[in-house]
Design a protein around this ligand. Structure first.
Ligand code: 2HG
Ligand code: ZN
Length: 447
C-alpha cells in the first residue's frame, strides 16, 4: 500500500519512532508505516481496522504524555511524509499544508510571504502541524492568538473506519452541521488521523521587544503581567520560571545569569507588532513595583539569548534525569497559592525529589517537572493533580492527556462528560484501533 521501503520493521530503523523525547515512554512497534498520501493513510487505517491492529499516529515525536509512541505491538503511523506547503493566501489570511510540515517550516513559509503563523514553541524544529492539531498545542503566544484549535480553519482527516472527511473550504463562517474540525483538534489521534490542514496566518510583526524581570515571588510577576496587559495591546508572551530552573539552565548551558540580583520568580515578556513596541513596553515596565533585576532586548540575537533561559528548561531537565511531567493549568487567582502548596506537598511527600516549575503565566499553565522519582512511581503525580483539581484547574493544559494522565481524567471531567466522549470515540473509531488507551484509558473492544 505504501511501498515496501516505507514499512520499517528493522528494530534499528524503528528505534527513533518508538521512544519519546524524555525517555519515559515507549515500547516496540509492530512496524512503522510511512504513507505519502491521504489515500495511503486511509488504506492503512482501513486494513488495521479490519484486522483489529492498533495504530499510534505520530508526527514529529515531540509529545510528552506517551500518546505518540507505542505501548507494545502497535503500528506507528508516521505522517511526516505529508509535507506539502500550499500558497499563502494573503486576502483570506490562510495557508493549506500537509500534516507532516514542521512548525518551523510553516513559520518560514508564512514569513516568506510577508505573513506570520501565530504560534511558537521550543519544539518548532520537529513538532508537526498534524501533531499540533491532534494535541491542540499551545506554546508561548496563546495569550495573543489562542491555541492551535484557534488557528485551524479546516482539516482533511481519516476516521477510524478508513473514511476520509475533507473540510478545507476555508470559509470562516460555515455552520453546516457539527464542528468536526473542532472535535478533531485535541482528540490526540483517538478519533481520526489529520492529513492536511487549512490554517490562519496573521500580519507579520516586524518589531519585537523582550524583557526578563526578576521578582521575590510569583505575586510580583502576576502584578507585572496585569499592569502590562492592561496598558499595551501588543503583548505576545508572558512566560514564567523560577530560581531552580534559572540555575539549572545556566549550569547546563555554561552561561551567566542575565542579571546578578537574586530573584525567586522570573517573568519573560514579549511584545510584537507592525510598529515599534519597545518604547511602550519599557515605559510600562519602568513603573512596575518589586522588580529586583531586569534585562531587555530588541535585536533578534539578544531576544533569543533571553528566551533561551526559558526555552531550554526542557533539555536541561532531561540532562539532569528522567522527569515526571505534569502540564497543568490553574485560574490566575489560584496561581500563587498553588505554587506555595505544591512546594509544601513535595517537601512533605518526596523530599528527595527536585521540582522545576515553568510555563505560560497568562494562562496559569505550569509545567510541573519533577526529577528524582522512580519513572514508574506515580504516587506523587496523583497528589499533584489532586491539588490542581482542588484549585479549580485542569490536568491537561497544552500537551494532552495521552497515556500519562488518562487515569486522572475523572478529577476534572464528570461521568456524563466521559460517557459522551466515549460515545464519540465509538462512533468515529468503531473498531477502537486509533491510539487505544489515550485520553479515555482502556475501552471494551467490540465483540
Ligand atoms: C514548554 O513550554 C513546553 O517549553 C515543554 O510545553 C514543557 O518540558 C515541559 O514540561
Ligand atoms: Zn509549554
Amino acid at each position: 500500500m505504501v511501498g515496501k521501503e516505507h514499512v520499517l520493521t528493522d528494530p534499528q530503523l524503528r528505534a527513533g519512532y518508538e521512544r519519546d523525547w524524555t525517555g519515559r515512554f515507549g515500547s516496540d512497534a509492530l512496524a512503522v508505516v510511512r504513507p505519502g498520501t491521504v489515500e495511503q493513510v486511509a488504506a492503512v487505517v482501513a486494513l488495521c481496522a479490519r484486522e483489529g491492529v492498533a495504530i499510534v499516529p505520530q508526527g514529529g515525536n515531540t509529545g510528552l504524555v506517551g500518546g505518540s509512541v507505542p505501548r507494545g505491538g502497535e503500528v506507528v503511523l508516521s505522517l511526516r511524509r505529508l509535507r506539502e506547503l500550499g500558497p499563502v493566501d494573503a486576502t483570506a489570511g490562510q495557508v493549506e499544508v500537509g500534516a507532516g510540515v514542521t512548525l518551523h517550516e510553516l513559520q518560514e513559509h508564512a514569513r516568506a510571504a510577508g505573513m506570520e503563523f501565530g504560534m511558537d514553541m521550543a519544539s518548532r524544529g520537529s513538532a508537526t502541524v498534524g501533531g499540533m492539531i491532534a494535541t491542540n498545542a499551545g506554546g508561548s503566544q496563546v495569550m495573543r492568538y489562542g491555541s492551535m484549535c484557534d488557528q485551524v480553519l479546516g482539516v482533511e482527516a481519516v476516521l477510524g473506519s478508513g473514511q476520509v472527511i475533507q473540510r478545507l473550504s476555508g470559509l470562516p463562517k460555515d455552520n453546516a452541521g457539527y464542528d468536526l474540525v473542532g472535535l478533531l483538534a485535541g482528540s490526540e489521534g483517538t478519533l481520526g488521523v489529520v492529513t492536511r490542514a487549512r490554517l490562519r496566518v496573521v500580519p507579520r510583526p516586524r518589531y519585537r521587544a523582550v524583557a526578563l524581570l526578576g521578582f521575590a515571588s510569583v505575586e510580583g510577576a502576576l502584578e507585572a503581567l496585569a499592569a502590562t496587559r492592561a496598558a499595551i495591546s501588543s503583548l505576545l508572551s508572558a512566560d514564567v520560571f523560577f530560581r531552580e530552573g534559572m540555575e539549572l539552565v545556566c549550569a547546563h548551558l555554561g552561561s551567566e545569569r542575565p542579571f546578578t540580583a537574586a530573584a525567586q520568580a522570573y517573568l519573560l515578556l514579549e511584545a510584537a507588532s507592525t510598529h515599534d513596541v519597545a518604547p511602550d513596553l519599557f515605559h510600562v515596565l519602568d513603573r512596575v513595583p518589586g522588580v529586583l533585576g531586569s534585562a531587555a532586548a530588541t535585536e533578534p540575537r539578544d531576544r533569543q539569548r533571553l528566551w533561551a533561559y526559558r526555552e531550554r528548561h526542557t533539555e536541561a531537565i532531561n540532562a539532569a534525569g528522567i522527569p515526571h511531567k505534569l502540564d497543568i493549568a490553574v485560574p490566575p487567582g489560584a496561581v500563587a497559592a498553588f505554587e506555595r502548596e505544591l512546594r509544601a506537598l513535595l517537601a512533605a511527600e518526596a523530599p528527595e525529589a527536585r521540582l522545576f516549575l515553568f510555563g505560560h503565566l497568562a494562562e496559569g499553565n505550569f509545567h510541573v517537572n519533577i526529577i528524582g522519582l522512580p519513572p514508574e512511581d506515580e504516587r506523587v503525580d496523583g497528589l499533584v493533580l489532586e491539588l490542581v483539581a482542588r484549585h479549580g484547574g485542569t490536568i491537561s493544559s497544552e500537551h494532552g492527556v495521552g497515556i500519562a494522565k488518562a487515569r486522572w481524567l475523572p478529577l476534572v471531567r464528570s461521568e456524563a462528560d466521559i460517557a459522551a466522549m466515549a460515545a464519540v470515540k465509538r462512533a468515529l473509531d468503531p473498531a477502537l484501533v486509533l491510539n487505544p488507551g489515550v485520553i479515555l484509558g482502556p475501552l471494551d473492544r467490540p465483540a
